[in-house]
Each structure stands twice: as structure tokens, then as C-alpha cells.
Design a protein around this ligand. Structure first.
Ligand code: KIV
Ligand code: NA
Length: 265
């Protein structure tokens, strides 16, 4: 098996092959999506939401991200493993960012890290790249800044914010990022940024002209009936199957039809 590398992703853009990315947080899911042919797996800090049940991504710690990344790493044979640096582990200065990224690289089998922001985190990006660690940027809706943004609405609708996003994207490319996630921005801007950059853009709610797409695996599988964002496509409604399976089990236990003779010793 040919492992996917950051160079593979760059070549995919150059040859106009779209890049598929999904999140995962555990071994079993990682095994399944790796075998199904995903190009890259992101251990997102969305683990704070879908694994831990928090409202925002802010509470998750570096230790917790490392635990999830270790679990996912054991399930991967082929896909590129990218891990989010969580809130508060890279924004203050370059040294802090360097030490956080080095912990991810030493303690997990990750090949890259992802951080949110543009010019504000310039020194952090530089320090991590200079350490030989591939960095994925993340612009547009950056959930770690939710308290500043005020809502999870579409970003960069207005000219000023769109222009800043473009200059941030160019800066991240210049600093040596290997790819950039574009979250929840107008399709036209997603297309424009993707054309401007030579590194691949990975979109989520950024239209179909980015160089790749990323989704949270829970959204694709339909695990949460109460969360159906416009940008996600539900390829399954597993919440129904899981609820149904569990209620059948409960009924069978109550009625003593489980276990039956074949299931007993
Ligand atoms: O944490 C996450 O899942 C992400 C993706 C949505 C890009 O950052
Ligand atoms: Na994230």
C-alpha cells in the first residue's frame, strides 16, 4: 500500500484529482474509512462536540487530542493523518506552538497538524514549518474563535473580510503550509482562493470548486438527527439504525428472547 503524503495531496491538485477528507476520532471508524479509500483523515477538535458533547471546540485539551490521534493512527494503513492543534496551544507565541506540534508528532503517528487563523498566527506557523512539520491552515469560519465571531454563520460575505481571507491564504502558502481548509464561505470565494493558490484547498461549506472536501464523519453518517447543516450531505441515517437496534435489544432482553439456545452454553 502506498501511503498518502502531503506531497501526494499537492500532486493531486496539480493533476486535478479531488481530495477526499473525513474526520475520525477512534480506531474502528478510522479502519473503516481508511479501507473505504479516503485520502486523508483529520482528527478534528470537533471531537469536543461529537465525542465529548461540548457546545464549542474550546474545552478539548492537547492530551485529549493526542489520545484520539493515537486511537485513529492504529486504524490507518494508507490515509494521511492530520491532527488539529486545539484552542490555547498555539496562539500565544511561536515557542508554545512549536512545543504543541512536536508533542503531536512525537506521541502520535500524525504526518501533519492543522491550526486556525491567518496573519495573527504567522509566527506560530513559521516555527512549526521550520521544525519540519507539515502545517494545514484553516480560514473562514474558525470555530476556536466563536466567541469573537459571535455565531456559526457564513463568513467572508463582505468585501473586507473576503480580501483578508485571500491575503491570509496567500500568506499561509508563502509560510509553507501544504494545504488550507476553507470553512463556510461563499462558493465563488472558495473557487477564487483555490485558483490563486498552488497548494490544495479543502472545503467544508465552500462549494465544489475547492481542491477537496472535508466532512465530520458523524454528519455524513447521519448520527445526530438534530444536526443537519446545509453544507453536509447525509449518506446514511445511522441514528435510525442504532436507535432501532438498541430498542430491539431492550425488548428481547425484557422478553427473554435474547439470548436464545444457540447463543447460550
Ligand atoms: O474539527 C474539525 O472537524 C475540522 C473540520 C470541520 C475541518 O476542523
Ligand atoms: Na477543527
Amino acid at each position: 500500500i502506498n501511503k498518502v503524503t502531503v506531497e501526494t495531496l499537492k500532486k493531486m491538485k496539480a493533476t486535478e484529482n479531488k481530495i477526499s477528507v473525513l474526520t475520525a476520532y477512534d480506531y474502528t471508524t478510522a479502519t473503516l474509512i481508511d479501507q473505504a479509500g479516503i485520502d486523508a483523515i483529520l482528527v478534528g477538535d470537533s471531537a469536543a462536540n461529537v465525542m465529548a458533547g461540548y457546545e464549542t471546540t474550546l474545552p478539548i485539551t492537547l492530551d485529549q487530542m493526542i489520545y484520539h490521534a493515537q486511537c485513529v493512527g492504529r486504524g490507518i494503513e494508507k490515509a494521511l493523518l492530520i491532527v488539529d492543534l486545539p484552542f490555547g496551544t498555539y496562539q500565544s507565541d511561536a515557542r508554545q506552538a512549536y512545543h504543541s506540534a512536536v508533542r503531536i508528532m512525537k506521541e502520535t503517528s500524525a504526518s501533519a497538524i492543522k491550526i486556525e487563523g491567518g496573519i495573527e498566527i504567522k509566527e506560530s506557523v513559521k516555527a512549526i514549518v521550520n521544525a519540519g512539520i507539515p502545517v494545514m491552515g484553516h480560514l473562514g469560519l474558525t470555530p476556536q474563535s466563536i466567541n469573537q465571531l459571535g455565531s456559526f454563520k457564513l463568513r467572508a460575505k463582505e468585501k473586507q473580510e473576503a480580501e483578508k481571507l485571500i491575503s491570509d491564504a496567500l500568506l499561509l502558502e508563502e509560510l509553507g503550509c501544504f494545504s488550507i481548509v476553507l470553512e463556510k464561505i461563499p462558493s465563488q470565494l472558495g473557487e477564487e482562493v483555490s485558483k490563486l493558490l498552488s497548494i490544495p484547498t479543502i472545503g467544508i461549506g465552500a462549494g465544489n470548486k475547492t481542491d477537496g472536501q472535508v466532512l465530520v464523519i458523524h454528519d455524513l453518517l447521519g448520527l445526530n438527527p438534530h444536526f443537519k447543516p446545509k453544507f453536509a450531505r447525509q449518506y446514511a441515517t445511522l441514528h435510525e439504525q442504532i436507535t432501532n437496534a438498541v430498542s430491539c435489544y431492550v425488548k428481547d432482553v425484557k422478553e427473554e428472547t435474547f439470548p436464545n439456545q444457540n447463543e447460550s452454553f
